[in-house]
Write a protein that binds this ligand. Structure first.
Ligand code: MSP
Length: 482
C-alpha cells in the first residue's frame, strides 16, 4: 500500500528523433518545480523522465543523419541529459525504453496481463498510419490533400494482421473514474475534453504490428512475428521504471500509483483513455492526476524551422543561464493554457524582473546589511516550507506554478517599495536603531523570498540564502543586465 508521504511524478518520455525544444523543456521544468516543491515539504519523492525509443520515426531520423540507430540514440539521449543537467533538472531516473533489462520485463508483463484478462485479440486490420504521430489516423484527421495537418505527410496505408486491445469495454469505467475525480484531469477544460471523447465511446486499438515491418520494438510475448505498438510499450514506462515485471520491484510497491503524470495537450487521449484502460485491464491502480499543459508558441505561431522562430533552450541557457530560463517558463507560461516565448520578450522580462527586480533587491538589501548590521538576523534554520505564505503553498499544491511565481514577485516589488518608502540608507544617519531594525526586517524578507524560490530557481535561492548567512552582498550581480 502506498504511503501518503510519498510522491511519484513523471514527464512524458521524449522521442529522440531530434534535440529537445522549448516545449519539451517546459514539460520538464514544470515537473521539476513540482518535484522539488514536494521534496521540500518532506515527501519521499520520485521523479521520472526518459526517452521513447521504440518508434519508427527514430529509425528514420538516424538513417537521415547517416548514423547507426544505436549510436544515434546514444547521442541524442546524451544531449537530452546534458540539457536537463544544464537546466538544473533533478530527476531520480532517466528511463530508456530500448533498455532490455529495465523496461522490457515490465512491458512484457503488462502484455501478459492484458492478454490474461481476455483483452488482446488478433484481427486483420486496414488503416492509415501516421509515422509522425506514431498512431493510426482516420480520413477525418487529414487535410484536403489527404495529408496529416501536423506533419505535412501522407499517412501510410497499412493492411495487416495485428493484435487489438479491447479498450472499448473500459469506456464506462474510465468515464466514471474521471467524472468522480478519482482520476483527476487538470485543468477542467481538459477534463471536459477527455470526457467528451469518452462520451462518444472508445474504440479498440491496434496494439501490435508485424515484426518484419518494424525495425525496433518489443516482441509480443508468445508471438515473435509481432512487435508491440510503440504507445503500448511507451505508456508502460511509468511502471516498468519502478520495477513492475521485475524481481526488484520495491520502488513499484512504494510509489505506484503515480501522483501526477505531467503531459502536453496533444497526448491527452493516450494518457486519459488508453493508459487507464490498460491499467484497469491489468488490475493495477490508476494514476491520481494528469496535469495537461498547453503548447508553447513563438510570436503566436507554432515554432517551425521554416518560419525561423524555433527557440533552442540550450542556446538560451548559454546566453542567459538556466535560472533565467526556469524563471521565464515558470512565470511567463501558464501551466494550463498555451504560452508564448520570443527572444525580445525574454530579454525584456529578464532585464525588468531579474536584473532589476530580484537582482537589484538582493544587492541593495545586502549592501545595507553588510554596512550597517553587525550581527545576523535570527533566522530559524529548521524553518520549513509550511511557514511560507498560504497563497504560495496553495498555488504550488494546485500546480499553479505561474501563480506561485507571481506571489514571489509581488513580495519582491513590495520589498522594493518598502525601501523606497522608508529609505533606511538615509535614516541611518538620523535614527540608526530604527534603520537597522528595518534593514534586518528586509534581510529576513529576502531570506523568505530565497526560500520560496527554491523549487523555481534553486541556484538563485542558494545564492540568496548564503548571502544572508554571510551577511555579505554577492560579489557579482546575480543577473547582469543584457
Ligand atoms: N513519446 C511521446 C510521449 C510518450 S509518454 C508515454 C511524445 N514525445 S514527444 O517528444 O513528441 O513530446 C513530449 C512532450 O512534449 C509531450 O508532452 C508534448 O505535449 C510536449 N510538447 C511538444 N511540443 C510542445 C510545445 N510546442 N509546447 C509544449 N509542449 C510540447 O509525445
Amino acid at each position: 500500500m502506498k504511503d501518503k508521504n510519498t510522491f511519484y511524478i513523471t514527464t512524458p518520455i521524449f522521442y529522440p528523433n531530434a534535440n529537445l525544444h522549448m516545449g519539451h523543456a517546459y514539460t520538464t521544468v514544470l515537473s521539476d518545480i513540482i518535484s522539488r516543491y514536494s521534496k521540500l515539504t518532506g515527501k519521499g519523492t520520485y521523479f521520472l523522465t526518459g526517452s521513447d525509443e521504440n518508434a519508427e520515426k527514430i529509425v528514420r531520423a538516424a538513417k537521415a543523419a547517416g548514423k547507426d540507430t544505436v549510436d544515434y540514440l546514444d547521442e541524442i539521449t546524451g544531449n537530452f541529459k546534458n540539457l536537463f543537467s544544464d537546466l538544473g533538472i533533478s530527476y531520480d531516473q532517466f528511463i530508456r525504453t530500448s533498455d532490455k533489462e529495465v523496461h522490457f520485463p515490465g512491458a512484457e508483463e503488462m502484455w501478459r496481463r492484458l492478454s490474461a484478462s481476455g483483452d488482446i485479440e488478433k484481427r486483420s486490420y486496414e488503416g492509415l498510419y501516421c509515422v509522425g504521430h506514431e498512431s493510426f489516423v482516420t480520413e477525418k484527421d487529414l487535410d484536403e490533400d489527404g495529408k496529416c495537418p501536423d506533419h505535412g505527410t501522407k499517412p501510410e496505408v497499412v493492411k495487416e494482421e495485428n493484435y487489438f486491445f479491447k479498450l472499448s469495454k473500459y469506456t464506462d469505467k474510465i468515464r466514471e473514474k474521471i467524472e468522480s475525480g478519482e482520476l483527476e484531469v487538470i485543468p477542467q477544460s481538459r477534463k471536459n475534453e477527455i470526457l467528451s471523447v469518452l462520451k462518444d465511446g472508445l474504440e479498440d486499438v491496434s496494439f501490435s504490428r508485424p515484426a518484419d515491418k518494424m525495425s525496433v520494438g518489443i516482441p509480443v510475448p508468445g508471438d515473435s512475428t509481432q512487435k508491440m505498438y510503440v504507445w503500448c510499450d511507451a505508456l508502460t514506462n511509468y511502471v516498468s521504471a519502478l520495477g513492475f515485471g521485475r524481481e526488484d520491484d520495491e520502488l513499484f510497491k512504494k510509489f505506484w500509483p503515480a501522483d501526477v503524470h505531467v503531459i502536453g495537450k496533444d497526448i491527452l487521449r493516450f494518457h486519459g483513455a488508453i493508459w487507464p484502460g490498460m491499467l484497469l485491464s491489468a488490475g493495477l491502480p490508476l494514476p491520481r492526476k494528469i496535469l495537461v499543459h498547453g503548447f508553447i508558441k513563438s510570436g503566436g505561431k507554432k515554432m517551425s524551422k521554416t518560419l525561423g522562430n524555433v527557440i533552442d533552450p540550450a542556446e538560451l541557457v548559454k546566453e542567459y543561464g538556466a535560472e533565467a530560463v526556469r524563471y521565464y517558463l515558470a512565470r511567463h507560461i501558464s501551466p494550463f493554457e498555451d504560452g508564448d516565448i520570443t527572444l525580445e520578450k525574454f530579454k525584456e522580462v529578464y532585464n525588468a524582473n531579474l536584473a532589476n527586480g530580484l537582482g537589484n533587491l538582493v544587492s541593495r538589501v545586502m549592501k545595507m546589511a553588510e554596512k550597517h548590521v553587525s550581527e545576523y538576523p535570527n533566522i530559524s534554520e529548521s524553518a520549513n516550507n509550511y511557514e511560507l505564505s498560504k497563497g504560495y503553498r496553495d498555488a504550488m499544491e494546485e500546480y499553479n506554478i505561474q501563480k506561485a511565481s507571481d506571489i514571489v514577485w509581488m513580495r519582491i516589488s513590495k520589498a522594493d517599495e518598502k525601501i523606497q518608502e522608508t529609505q533606511p540608507f538615509k535614516l541611518v544617519k538620523t535614527d540608526k536603531e530604527k534603520a537597522v531594525q528595518i534593514i534586518k526586517e528586509m534581510v529576513i524578507e529576502l531570506y523568505t523570498i530565497g526560500r520560496m524560490l527554491n523549487p523555481i530557481m534553486p541556484e538563485t535561492s542558494k545564492i540568496i540564502k548564503e548571502a544572508v548567512k554571510a551577511n555579505k552582498k554577492p560579489d557579482e550581480p546575480i543577473f547582469p543586465r543584457k
